[in-house]
Ligand binder design. Structure first.
Ligand code: ARG
Length: 459
């Protein structure tokens, strides 16, 4: 292998320790496709501007194409001595096509090159994450549709609160994921800006045309300040913070999958293909997948924090610290995409224990608010009604019965306005269906929410 591309100024060889410490090629080789794509666009622009002859352009582009194929075939071995993916490819190009390969870097620096590569990478990944979220949303909507009408206890403080439709609960996650997608889409515009032409930090005296490369690469804008373009990574932080929010939502969902599949809840059953066993306890079928996703949310939060910390206090413009952006970013992308994909498949295979959910939905005085609202409809003030129903609950607790087991005489003892129609109120389906205020859990509203979601997902 020839010496380093920047060797000219140096008399001594790089210490091996330093070589391996500073090299990023082990992980940034992941950007090879974008690096080559960016270099091809750069060559085309250089030729158009008369900085390369047409022949030189063809030679370079052909050489870059060959390198792409070699990397894809796995015949090219990356080496720490090449430092990073940019120099590895440039060096190989020079080995392949000779001296003319050295013209590739005309009017460009690794500083604008690396910013370009990450932006190209992230543009694709944002679209990929969006597809993955959509996939999970589809699975949730499918389950919501298949189980429409199933009543479960709604919780506050993890205590039975009011009956809700299981589908309504699932659609709450649909909404969170919808916002997650909106956040990604909004951040896309800030990623979709070409930094190429900023060179090391100040731009270049050579007659390049940044608009041309930006257009060839499908960017909707060119960065407006070269110093900013090479030193800014806020677009990565923005993505990672969006990813952290996605993981937070997934983690809450996973917590519920874990709780609901426990013997104590027994609301759902996870399919065996999505569970693992224990090495000592033969009976175990553990929810490791949701547990791992819940656990992995921690590492994405960590990446967000490490990126913020890397950036804090960096003087403008480029500093090598910025190389530390890649591993957190790559791991964030991989973690969030894997988690979304596996959850989409897991949800398709969840079996819902309708009987159990409905049985639990009426226990714990979940219809108490319904009785209070019944009294309000009969003309009683809400606070007064609340107090009266509170007393009924206390009475039931002492008598060891449920509200629906009380006789009219017993009811009248707490509020004389109560009549036979109270029994219509003490019914799960009635309770759910009566909650017709915007975003409520009535069957009709939930059915509409599902239809709206299906339309959103198919557009
Ligand atoms: N590997 C470097 C990074 O990831 C590329 C840019 C290096 N630029 C430099 N002047 N050393 O940030």
């Amino acid at each position: 292998m020839a010496g380093k591309l920047w060797q000219g100024r140096f008399r001594e060889a790089t210490s091996k320790l330093v070589e391996s410490f500073t090299a990023s090629v082990r992980f940034d080789q992941r950007l090879y496709r974008y690096d080559i794509e960016g270099s091809i666009a750069h060559c085309k622009m250089l030729a158009q501007q008369g900085l390369l002859s047409r022949e030189e352009e063809d030679t370079l582009i052909q050489g870059l194409g060959e390198i792409l194929r070699e990397i894809e075939r796995g015949t090219f071995v990356f080496d720490d001595a090449q430092e990073d993916v940019h120099m590895a490819i440039e060096q190989l190009l020079i080995e392949k096509v000779g001296e003319v390969g050295g013209k590739l870097h005309t009017g460009r620096s690794r500083n604008d090159q690396v910013a370009l590569d990450i932006r190209l990478f992230l543009r694709d990944e944002i679209q990929g994450v969006d597809e993955d979220i959509k996939d999970l949303q589809n699975s949730l909507v499918e389950q919501a549709k298949a189980n429409l009408g199933v009543v479960m206890p709604g919780f506050t403080h993890l205590q039975h609160a009011q009956p809700v439709l299981f589908s309504h609960h699932l659609m709450a996650y649909y909404e969170m994921l919808r916002r997650d997608r909106q956040r990604l889409t909004a951040s896309f515009d800030r990623v979709d800006v070409s930094p190429l032409g900023s060179a090391a930090l100040a731009g270049t005296s050579l007659p390049i045309d940044s608009e041309v490369t930006a257009e060839l690469l499908g960017f909707s804008a060119v960065s407006r300040n070269s110093i900013d373009a090479v030193s800014d990574r806020d677009f990565i932080i923005e993505f990672t913070s969006g990813a952290a929010l996605i993981m937070m939502h997934l983690s809450r969902m996973c917590e519920e999958l874990i709780l609901w599949s426990s013997t104590e809840f027994d609301y759902i059953e996870l399919s065996e293909g999505f569970c693992t066993g224990s090495s000592i306890m033969p009976q175990k079928k553990n929810p490791d997948v949701p547990e791992l996703i819940r656990g992995k949310s921690g590492r994405v939060y960590g990446h967000l924090m490490s990126l913020l910390t890397v950036m804090k206090g960096l003087p403008l413009a480029y500093n090598r610290d910025l190389q530390e952006d890649k591993e957190p970013l790559f791991d964030t992308v991989d973690t969030v995409r894997q988690s979304l994909r596996i959850l989409a498949r897991l949800w398709e295979n969840v079996r819902v224990n309708k009987e159990r959910m409905e049985k639990m939905a009426s226990s714990g005085f979940t219809l108490a608010t319904d009785v209070a609202e019944y009294l309000v409809n009969k003309g009683m003030g809400f606070r007064q009604a609340h107090r009266a129903v509170g007393k009924m609950v206390r009475y039931c607790l002492e008598e060891g019965k449920e509200l629906e087991q009380m006789t009219i005489q017993e009811f009248k003892g707490f509020a004389s306005v109560i009549s036979e129609d109270i029994h219509e109120i003490l019914d799960l389906k009635h309770s759910v269906d009566s909650r017709k205020s915007v975003g409520g859990t009535s069957l009709q509203l939930v059915r509409e929410a599902i239809t709206r979601a299906e339309e959103e997902l198919s557009s």
